[in-house]
Design a protein around this ligand. Sequence first.
Ligand SMILES: [Zn+2]
Ligand SMILES: [Zn+2]
Length: 274
Amino acid sequence: MSIEVKFWGVRGSIACPSPDHVVYGGNTSCLEMRVADKVLIFDAGTGIRNLGKDLIRRQVTEATIFLTHTHWDHINGFPFFVPAYNPKASFHVMAGHLTDQGGVERVFSAQMANPTFPVPLSAMKSKLTFEDFNVGDELKPGEGIVIKTAPLRHPNGATAFRVEHDGLAVCFVTDTEHQPGKPDEIILDFIQDADLVIYDSTYTDEQFEQKIGWGHSTWQEGIRLCKAANAKRLALFHHDPDHNDADMTVIEQQARSTWSGAFAARDEMVLRIE
Ligand SMILES: [Zn+2]
Ligand SMILES: [Zn+2]
């Protein structure tokens, strides 16, 4: 029994392909969890394009896509998610922050509309279903899999996910802004005893003062939360596109030396939680 996590996109804000971003990667938010016989996808940033190609190679034609929220960097890979054009495939898209704002299908449809995109959502011939839940709801995407949800402090709202299976717990906590000196009690409770916490580490504490109100957090806050909540490991995630490989190497070294459970997520990194 295990949860396999694969990072397909680890950047925040905007994709940043460049010769200075090859080690950690330049794709925006997307990760895959394989739990029991289910494929769970979290976010549909540019990383979902490569995930789509991998699903085709693996002949996977069914998955649920959970969205933290619908800012560009978390959804704009979806038009390039090739399996969604396959009439034999089926995908279920879920979001928790849009129940009062017209729902997630409307946002996906608007993203694929003239004159900003030439192919409409209706051209995706897979069985595509959309569901809006209320943040805080507990989701059950398969036998023995429970996903808890919690609200995050982010402009327009965002949802954190805690995937539980067979006594294991993996938490995906992005995008969120903390208040210095005041740990977010909702997150603390949410990540308690987790095996892995994937956390919005866009900035460093030093940069944070200039970024108040932008909706993001720091790797130092991630470590403070994980230690206080007795979590086992922390994956720094949603890297700032302005942090190139040299910057990320320094950040990762500092994080590791601060707490041995910390590391920086990279595109195509695979972790087996057991
Ligand atoms: Zn983001
Ligand atoms: Zn965002």
